[in-house]
Design a protein around this ligand. Sequence first.
Ligand code: SF4
Ligand code: SF4
Length: 345
Amino acid sequence: MPVFWNWEMVLACNFRCSYCNYTCLGWERHHAMNVFPGLARLSEVWSRIQDLYGTVHIELSGGECTSYPGWEGVINMLVGIHTVSLDTNLSLDAERFAKLVKLERVRISASFHPQFSDFDSFLRKCLTLKERRVSDLFINYVAYPDQLAEMARYKKAFNEHGIRFYVQPFQGVYRKCSVYPESYTEAELGLIEEALALGGPDADISRGRFQWKGSAMRTGTEEQLRKIQEERGTHLAPPLVATTPKRPPVHCHMGHYYAKTYVNGDTYRCCAKPTKERPAELLSEKLYLGNLFLDDDLKLLEAPAACDYEPCPCDRCMVVGQETRWLDRWCAPDLTLSNDEGEHR
Ligand code: SF4
Ligand code: SF4
């Protein structure tokens, strides 16, 4: 298994999906957080990582990755050194992208957002990328109440083309008054079940996402969440803004086989970050590894380390002893199958 490195590269997007956390909180306030070190520095940084850990698998996320300034130069540099997963709304030009990079070193996690994408042209782009032998391509879809009715039809259509369709529970404030996933109605759960009953490994993983109790991430402002939390406080519902105490530590490979870098270069073991409720000094092990863009001595942990962060935000967390849950959820292009000297389409 290679090292996996998530780089949340840019907080900008050409879409404005209503269930997106950045849309809810306001894109403008996030734009100022972006740091663009320039292609030459990025090339130094990722070459240093290669010297330390060999070819790593970089999971690019955002925002929309293709909004990164000088995007084509950056992706070309990254794919030349490492392998890449690209989290994208697929508004890119598929033919052009296929000519730009070695697709056998790229996985595409294509998020289908019917509020902004037309199904037929989205599917056509997926098929173009598959025809050009992208290493892997699969769909992510948010089970937002307003877009459940068509979900089973979409899953069926993608599956018929051999494309996995993962359903992500909506986690956030809906129409300013209810909070999901707790508020799914019977009818909405029926539509979700209709899609998942179509089966396949994608349905199994999607079910697991609905059952994962760890994530406390919610789309919506903290004020909205607190207000709704207060309103339902008398119903003894679980808190929406996490205040839970520490749990007994587990040993986790995140930070050892994984790192997460934010737009400003700050790099952590995983998605868990110190918060007001859980300041760094209350955590038994450090989460912060350094700044990827600034610290030329930034390194991963040398071994799995203890963690008592509660609740763990990741349903793929690499807890020692629980490998059957997570090991086959970490996938990278198999370079032994690709000819590196091969055709650069
Ligand atoms: S495409 Fe993704 S990043 Fe952009 S608005 Fe939609 S959910 Fe947010
Ligand atoms: S157990 Fe969860 S919170 Fe702790 S290091 Fe692993 S992924 Fe992060």
